[in-house]
Design a protein around this ligand. Structure first.
Ligand code: GUN
Length: 285
């Protein structure tokens, strides 16, 4: 029987710490850390994320602004909004919810966000800093995974860490964080040969391929730590991860559930980055 890593409880603990630091910041400076969230179009999943991000800001005592732009927003309108927020002293963090509608150029938008306000850590400047191990901002989902490991007392140093998924948001930065924690890291993807065999080597398996219930017991070593980054919607509307929980759980030593595992941690790390951005901006005043 695996120990269930309770992402909700760990997330609540970290949010309480952030709330305390934010209150101290606000008392010291006379203003709150501020986050602006931009969403273009009406993708329902993105709308849920954005609502949750605003709610988290209220919970930890941040100032927040939400910009819900219509689907037909032009690139120049979006860039003009980013420029306005870059210049706004009340706003310390800017997040543009991805994916953007197809007619918009995501890379140009990411490049336009002032790296000092890039709380997603998507700007190439921040991606480069992560590669070096000199963090201004933590990549939110991978940092959430690291916090779950740390707060569950799971040692990474010397462990075989297998990440399945190579996205810029999860797989690649996750590899860097595990590497900096002295794990031995393998990144797998759709062209990996003998995927099940590579996964069976893992002491720590990070599942991030976006396929519901893909990882079954035969792909997991006895006693492995299994971290499920997947967020898939079943036909019946229920949320499910990339891991087939009922078959893998008896074999694992630790496992994250979906929902209630990695999910709540991502927004918590975003809050942490927003506080960092505000503190860094204040230290330059
Ligand atoms: N879309 C899915 N995950 C994320 C995220 O962490 N940040 C942004 N900006 N968009 C996303």
């Amino acid at each position: 029987m695996a120990k269930i890593i309770d992402g909700k409880a760990i997330s609540a603990q970290i949010r309480a710490e952030i709330k305390e630091s934010a209150a101290a910041f606000t008392a010291r400076r006379g203003y709150r850390p501020g986050l602006a969230v931009i969403i273009v179009g009406s993708d329902p999943a993105s709308q849920v994320y954005v609502r949750n991000k605003r709610r988290a800001c209220d919970e930890v005592g941040f100032y927040s602004e939400a910009y819900e732009l219509p689907e037909q927003t032009t690139q120049s309108e979006l860039i003009a909004l980013v420029d306005k927020l870059n210049a706004d002293d009340k706003i310390h963090g800017i997040l543009c919810q991805l994916p953007l509608p197809k007619h918009l150029d995501e890379n140009e938008v990411i490049l336009r966000i002032n790296p000092a306000k890039d709380v997603d850590a998507f700007h190439p400047y921040n991606v480069g800093k992560i590669m070096i191990g000199d963090y201004d901002f933590l990549p939110c989902t991978p940092a959430g995974v690291m916090a779950l490991l740390e707060r569950s007392g799971i040692e990474v140093a010397g462990k075989e860490c297998v990440i399945v998924g190579r996205s810029n948001i999860v797989g690649k930065p996750q590899a860097m964080l595990l590497l900096h924690a002295n794990g031995t890291v393998t990144i797998c993807h759709s062209r990996t040969k003998n995927l099940a065999e590579v996964c069976r080597r893992a002491d720590i398996l990070v599942a991030a391929i976006g396929k519901a219930d893909f990882f079954t017991a035969d792909m997991v070593k006895e006693g492995a730590v299994v971290i499920d980054v997947g967020m898939n919607r079943r036909a019946d509307g229920k949320l499910t991860g990339d891991v087939d929980f009922s078959s893998v759980e008896p074999k694992a030593s630790y496992i994250t559930p979906v929902p209630g595992g990695v999910g709540p941690m991502t927004i918590t790390m975003l809050m942490k980055n927003t506080l960092t951005a505000a503190e860094r901006a204040a230290s330059k005043e």
